[in-house]
Design a protein around this ligand. Structure first.
Ligand code: KIV
Length: 271
C-alpha cells in the first residue's frame, strides 16, 4: 500500500496536518469509475461544479443544480474509500442567507456522505462559513477566479493584477480563514499573490493556475487526461485518453462493419 493510501477515509484533520509537510493532491471526480481510478492517488476527490461544463456541455457552471451535485457526490463517495470527498455547492444554493446555505449544505452532507463542501466567495461569505463550520459542516473556500461569478468578473480572466485586487484577495483569504474554512482553492491568481497568501494563512491553500508554492494543487481530471476540447494554459496534460478512446471506437466500428466482432467466442450457445 502506498504511503498516501489510507486504510480509512482521510478526514479534514488529516488534510490540515499536511500544511508545511507534504503537498495536498486534489483531482476532480464526477463519476464512480473515475473516483475508483483516482482514489488511491489523491488526498481529496473534488466533485466540482465544473461537471456542468465538462460532463453536461453547459456554457458555464451557473445552471448546475443541487440535485445534480448530490447525485454525482453520492456516486463518488460510494466508489472511493481513501480520499476525502469535497462536494461543490452550486450557484444559487448558498448565497441567499446563512440559513439557506446551511439547509443546502446539510442536504449534501447527509445525502452524499461527503466530508466537506466547497463554496465560492471571499469576505462576503465569511459569516456564512462561520455559521456552517460552527454547526458541523467543514468548508473549503474558493477565491480569486470564481467561475460562478463569471458575469460580474466579466469572463475567466486571472485575478490579482492590480494593487487594489491584491489587497481585496488577501482580505478575502484572511476573512475565510478567520471564519473557520479548513482549506481554500485559489484559482487563476497572480503567482506572487497566491504565494503570499499561502505564507500568511495557516490553512492549506489549493492552487489551480496559482503557484507551485501553494500547499496543494488541483486540476480538472478530464483536462489533464486530454478529454476536453480546449484546456486552459495552467493545465499540464498527463495523458491523451481522448485519442485512445477515439482509436478504440474506430477499431470497434470497423470490426462491426466487417463482421469481425463479435466472434462466436463472445456469444452464448448450449455447448
Ligand atoms: O468546479 C471545479 O472543478 C473547481 C475546481 C476547478 C477547483 O472548482
Amino acid at each position: 500500500m502506498s504511503k498516501h493510501v489510507s486504510s480509512r477515509r482521510k478526514t479534514i484533520l488529516d488534510i490540515q496536518k499536511l500544511k508545511g509537510a507534504t503537498p495536498v493532491v486534489v483531482l476532480t471526480a464526477y463519476t464512480a469509475p473515475m473516483a475508483r481510478l483516482l482514489d488511491e492517488h489523491v488526498d481529496i476527490l473534488l466533485v466540482g461544479d465544473s461537471l456542468g461544463m465538462v460532463l453536461y456541455g453547459m456554457e458555464s457552471t451557473l445552471p448546475v443544480s443541487l440535485d445534480i451535485m448530490i447525485a454525482h457526490g453520492r456516486a463518488v463517495v460510494k466508489a472511493s474509500k481513501s480520499a476525502a470527498v469535497v462536494v461543490d455547492m452550486p450557484f444559487g444554493s448558498y448565497q441567499g442567507s446563512k440559513e439557506v446555505a446551511f439547509n443546502a449544505c446539510a442536504r449534501v452532507i447527509k445525502e452524499t456522505g461527503c466530508q466537506a463542501v466547497k463554496i465560492e466567495g471571499g469576505a462576503e461569505m465569511a459569516e456564512t462559513i462561520k455559521f456552517l463550520t460552527e454547526r458541523g459542516i467543514p468548508v473549503m473556500g474558493h477565491i480569486a477566479l470564481m467561475p460562478q461569478h463569471v458575469n460580474t468578473l466579466g469572463g475567466y480572466r486571472h485575478q490579482g493584477r492590480t494593487e487594489e485586487e491584491r489587497k481585496k484577495l488577501m482580505k478575502d483569504a484572511l476573512a475565510i480563514e478567520k471564519a473557520g474554512a479548513f482549506s481554500m482553492v485559489i484559482e487563476c491568481a497572480e503567482e506572487s499573490l497566491a504565494r503570499e497568501i499561502t505564507g500568511k494563512v495557516s490553512m492549506c491553500t489549493i492552487g489551480i493556475g496559482a503557484s507551485p508554492k501553494c500547499d496543494g494543487q488541483v486540476l480538472v481530471t478530464e483536462d489533464m487526461l486530454g478529454l476536453t476540447d480546449v484546456a486552459p494554459k495552467f493545465v499540464k496534460q498527463y495523458a491523451n485518453v481522448g485519442a485512445a478512446v477515439s482509436k478504440a471506437a474506430a477499431q470497434y466500428a470497423s470490426e462491426v462493419r466487417a463482421r469481425k466482432f463479435p466472434t462466436l467466442g463472445h456469444c452464448f450457445s448450449k455447448k
